[in-house]
Design a protein around this ligand. Structure first.
Ligand SMILES: Cc1cc2nc3c(=O)[nH]c(=O)nc-3n(C[C@H](O)[C@H](O)[C@H](O)COP(=O)(O)OP(=O)(O)OC[C@H]3O[C@@H](n4cnc5c(N)ncnc54)[C@H](O)[C@@H]3O)c2cc1C
Length: 377
């Protein structure tokens, strides 16, 4: 009988894991990949949507194009997960597996920040980014506040990118002088593992007159007075609030009992959970590395190698490296990069690459290579 592998979530982690398993074992295994959506999109595409650089339709990668030997991709919604029995239910049926991999990403908890849904705009979902694109043209004067409502959150540099891109957007429309931009971040610096990257971002904020408030968190919004409450005590008025909502694991993961302190505990090098044959990769897993696609991919690689070694009863798997590179939009068409190695030393080591036009083509290649590898597009 073929080994049954059930992968929940066809995002960065699930797509890479399924691709690697197919490449190694093809029809020799039975991989079932389940996702509730009909297409995939890169996280960073949301910034392009909100600033009108591209439409969501042009950035979606339809799952019907994901065709890999040994893998069937089902469009269903995961309702329950029993990690002990490795049994999952969806609206259409029950699935059992020899190996279960949870790659369902992170959800947004809008209710955790009272007033956010009424008075603010989150830009982390496709629908949210599209709404911001509709609202931005009418913002011509006043105070734009970019606020992060909780950590950890996806892609630590993304709200910094949003601030710098907003500056460009308002400048191009000739209204920057009539607007203020502030940025409230619960982290001590924009990219804590890389002081050099953080210094460059803080300098870029200062050059553009963006007011930066580190180590502060937006805890609620008062829709009536259009005021953001910071750390439950201070107030900051706004005319436009662009928010990163608090993140949490999706509901079925919470209900399964797999999460502790909000996230799924795993062995950071093997991605094994405490349940035999059950792994977690990507944003939902607590590995100590950031919630970013490139890290989800690295974790998927380690799990794929481990499963192939087990199925072949041969070889040893290379542990998850905890290494990843993130591209950072600095505005003006220039992109910087930070490479971070989380596991080699006693603390994470970041290497900064100053923004340039050349790095834009590197980022484009990053996206295009995944698009081609997973979807043949
Ligand atoms: C604005 C922004 C910018 C970003 N920029 C970058 C960047 O430059 N570089 C980078 O590496 N990362 C970036 N990221 C982060 C990146 O998008 C995520 O970290 C990455 O997608 C995580 O991969 P994942 O596999 O864990 O989850 P995801 O890619 O989110 O995939 C999870 C999948 O699970 C599915 N799912 C969830 N619940 C269910 C359910 N109940 N039933 C069925 N399916 C379900 C979802 O539909 C989804 O397809 C950015 C994110 C944002 C929001």
């Amino acid at each position: 009988m073929k080994t049954r592998i059930l992968v929940l979530g066809a995002g960065f982690g699930g797509l890479e894991l399924s691709t690697l398993l197919s490449e190694a074992l093809g029809d020799g295994i039975e991989v079932t990949l389940i996702d509730k959506n009909d297409s995939f999109m890169f996280g960073f595409s949301k910034l392009d949507i909100m600033f009108g650089h591209a439409t969501a339709a042009s950035l979606r990668m339809p799952y019907k194009n994901f065709a890999k030997p040994g893998v069937r991709l089902l469009r269903q919604t995961v309702k329950t997960i029993d990690p002990v029995a490795r049994r999952v239910t969806t609206e259409s049926g029950t699935f059992e597996a020899d190996f279960l991999i949870v790659a369902l990403g992170a959800d947004y908890d809008m209710a955790a920040t009272p007033g956010l849904a009424e008075a603010g705009h989150e830009f982390y979902s496709i629908a949210g980014a599209e709404r911001v694109r509709e609202v931005l043209p009418s913002f011509t004067k006043g105070h734009a506040l970019i606020g992060v409502c909780g950590a950890p959150y996806k892609c630590p540099p993304a709200p910094s990118e949003c601030a710098l891109m907003l500056h460009d957007y308002l400048s191009q429309r000739g209204v920057r002088e009539a607007c203020e931009i502030s940025f409230v971040l619960p982290l001590s610096s924009p990219v804590p593992p890389s002081p050099e990257t953080s210094r460059a971002l803080v300098a870029a904020f200062a050059e553009r007159g963006i007011e930066f408030h580190p180590s502060r968190r937006v805890t609620s919004l008062d829709p009536g007075r259009r005021v953001a409450i910071i750390d439950e005590k201070d107030e900051m008025p706004f005319d436009l609030f662009l928010g990163v909502p608090k993140h949490r694991v999706p509901e079925p993961v919470l209900a399964s009992g797999m999460a502790e302190n909000g996230w799924i505990p795993v062995n950071p090098r093997t991605l094994e959970t405490k349940y035999p044959g059950v792994y977690a990769v990507g944003d939902g897993a607590n590995t100590g590395t950031p919630k970013a696609g490139v890290f989800a991919e690295g974790a998927a690689k380690a799990v794929a190698e481990a499963l192939v070694a087990k199925i072949r009863s041969a070889g040893a798997a290379t542990p998850y490296s905890g290494f990843g590179s993130c591209y950072i939009e600095f505005g003006g068409g220039r992109i910087g990069r930070v490479d971070v190695d989380f596991f080699s030393g006693p603390k994470p080591i970041g290497t900064y690459h100053a923004p340039s036009i050349e790095l834009r083509s590197d980022k484009e290649h990053f996206g295009a290579s995944r698009r081609a590898r997973w979807f043949g597009m």
